[in-house]
Design a protein around this ligand. Structure first.
Ligand code: ADP
Ligand code: ASP
Ligand code: MG
Length: 405
């Protein structure tokens, strides 16, 4: 007997037929004598639809009301999944995040999980029930519903696996594992048998939406080994864990593209101590995450700052910066939304040279211009024109011969 946490994403529970298939799959594993906790997402497209409705009614909806609204998507699927299990003769009970004892901080729309009271779930498991938990949501100490950021059902599953000391954690999606690039973009992308937390985290935070990046961070922190696999077949998936075999032999393990970034150019600011500090303090106070910062200093004591922010925060960044520029003696803000970020990731970069040269040459050969560059120990990212994003992913994938991994 094993205790297993499984998460089914939006396409896996996309309609009644899919939910029935998932229920049959769960029932079969339950009948082998396993304890099962199932986390489900909203049906594919529902969260986006709800956001669109909110925006149609109010340009800048309150974050508390957004959480009230978006949590509805998962509340539908937990009840339907429990009913589907009853329909195939399995005892099951559904819980919202609050009912499952998932307590978060107060930050609406991107709350962090603080604690999980696993006692009610433990009791149900002992009583032989399959427990279905709504992904992506929790409750704060004031009793308000919170959500965990887009893709947050992954985090619910990993956090429950840690809290319940599960033997296995399986993330079911519409691809059968983590590939060397998005298999929808790069046709000869290869499925990885295993990937380390560090590489998975860099890929996720660079735009590979197969896993939510915060969930990978959580898994690494609590040592939750998990498998990404498909609910549409029985293929073995990709195991994500701390150390993987022969890691040093592979230089680059994956390519990621992020089309949800905007480039911000702050030009003509005074090149004196404190200017950059004021710009980035204001952005931080507005909870805007900044990446890929470059400063150019001109001749006449004037500097330009360029960086990227999430596309969803670009208007907020502009609004935040205008008063700051007035306060520091002038400057202009321009936002460019037609960009994409391409990243190559691999722990092998720590010990191999020439990765940047290979990437830049491959992009040059394809006449793709590089606008910004940033590097970390195991990642190189470049900002390019959005229309070139897919081509750049294919070119980079080929340059590192990832189809041969
Ligand atoms: P779910 O709704 O199950 O959470 P997502 O749509 O969030 O599923 O994530 C799965 C998708 O991630 C895949 O359909 C695939 O297009 C995309 N993806 C991006 N990069 C990768 C990658 N490196 N490996 C596998 N899938 C990837
Ligand atoms: N339904 C949420 C979203 O679309 C959470 C999830 O699917 O993981 O972001
Ligand atoms: Mg997802």
């Amino acid at each position: 007997m094993a205790r297993i946490v499984q998460k089914y994403g939006g396409t896996s529970v996309g309609d009644v037929e899919r939910i029935r298939k998932v229920a049959e799959r769960i029932k079969a594993i339950r009948d082998e004598g396993n304890e099962l906790v199932i986390v489900v997402s909203a049906r594919a497209g529902v969260t986006n639809e709800l956001i669109a409705r909110a925006k149609a009614l109010c340009a800048n909806p309150s974050e508390r009301e957004m959480d009230q609204l978006l949590s509805v998507g998962e509340q539908e699927t937990i009840a339907l999944t429990a009913m589907a299990l009853h329909g195939v003769g399995a005892d099951a009970v559904s819980y919202t995040g609050a009912q499952a004892g998932i307590f978060t901080d107060k930050v609406h729309t991107k709350a962090k999980i603080k604690t999980i009271n696993a006692k009610p779930i433990e009791a149900d498991l002992k009583a032989g029930k399959v427990v279905i938990v709504a992904g992506f949501q929790g409750i704060n100490e004031e009793g308000q519903i919170t959500t965990l950021g887009r893709g947050g059902s992954d985090l619910t599953a990993i956090a429950l696996a840690a809290a319940l000391k599960a033997d296995k954690c399986e993330i079911y999606t519409d691809v059968d594992g983590v590939y060397t690039a998005d298999p929808r973009v790069v046709k000869d992308a290869k499925k990885l048998q295993e990937i380390s937390y560090d590489e998975m985290l860099e890929l996720a935070s660079s735009g590979s939406k197969v896993m939510q990046s915060r969930s990978v961070e959580f898994a690494a922190k609590y040592g939750v080994v998990f498998e990404v696999r498909s609910s549409f077949n029985y293929n073995p998936g990709t195991i994500v864990k701390q150390e993987i075999a022969y890691m040093e032999k592979v230089v680059v393990r994956g390519v990621a593209v992020d089309k949800d970034q905007a480039k911000v150019i702050v030009s003509n600011i005074l090149d004196k101590p404190g200017s950059a500090a004021k710009v980035f303090r204001a952005l931080a106070d507005a909870s805007i995450i900044v990446d890929m910062i470059v400063q150019n200093v001109g001749r006449n004591g004037i500097a330009n700052l360029t960086f990227t922010v999430p596309l969803t925060d670009s208007a907020k960044a502009q609004k935040t910066l205008e008063p700051v520029l007035d306060a520091i003696g002038g400057g202009q803000v321009a936002i460019h939304e037609n960009i994409a970020k391409l990243s190559v990731v691999g722990v092998g970069m720590k010990t191999h040279s020439g990765v940047a040269a290979t990437l830049f040459q491959a992009l040059a050969d394809a006449s793709i211009n590089i606008e910004l560059i940033s590097t970390s120990e195991i990642k190189i990212s470049v900002v390019i024109d959005k229309s070139k994003a897919e081509e750049a992913a294919r070119v980079a994938h080929a340059a590192f011969e990832l189809e041969k991994l």
